[in-house]
Design a protein around this ligand. Sequence first.
Ligand code: HPA
Length: 234
Amino acid sequence: MTPHISAQPQDFAKTVLMPGDPRRAKFIAENYLTDARLVTDVRGMLGYTGTYKGKPVSVMGSGMGMPSIGIYATELFKFYDVETIMRVGSCGAYQDDLKLYDIILAQGASTNGNFGAHFMPTGTFSALCDFELLYTAYNVGAKKGVKPHVGNVLSSDIFYHPIPDIWKSWSNLNVLAVEMETYALYTLAQSMGKKALSLLTVSDSLVTMEETSAKEREASFTAMMEIALETAYE
Ligand code: HPA
């Protein structure tokens, strides 16, 4: 057991899917996994382990933001022998060719925060995903007829940014979308010799100001979840 996870040492599978919302973790466990059992619920951050096509897979909420996913990812990698974490989340589009419900595989993450400085105080660390996971997920998506977008995302420390147009600076650097967790996840995975990939569904657009409702989001995440599970299975 760790300060934030009440599971026993062998309770987690080698691969953990991480949505931000713990209730989505419950939904994934109940709808996609077989024989899923609750393995942790500290602070309501639900985690489950079951099987997908016979292979053990876990799913656990990460909470919102880099400090939150940083705590759970560290404890899973370090104390539960987890090898792979796949974030399954949402993002806000920064490019006009990204439509609502499109899927992004985050090849790398940039940040307006300082998470990387704790690992590399004198420079700027570029946080990258695991290439094999990216390659597999891309091909799984393409085979399903979903062509994922691949590129850089911004992991932001702030959702309600006080400077209205600052996102355009990231957009001009071809950053595809904004979310709040991937930079921390990738940095931790790289620092511990583990594997990580973020799969993101576009839930809103900074370009068109379109957004989805919570109910629509729940239904639309199906394709992303299937890509993540098939990638875990490969
Ligand atoms: N900003 C930050 N995180 C997000 C957004 C956004 O617009 N949409 C989904 N996650």
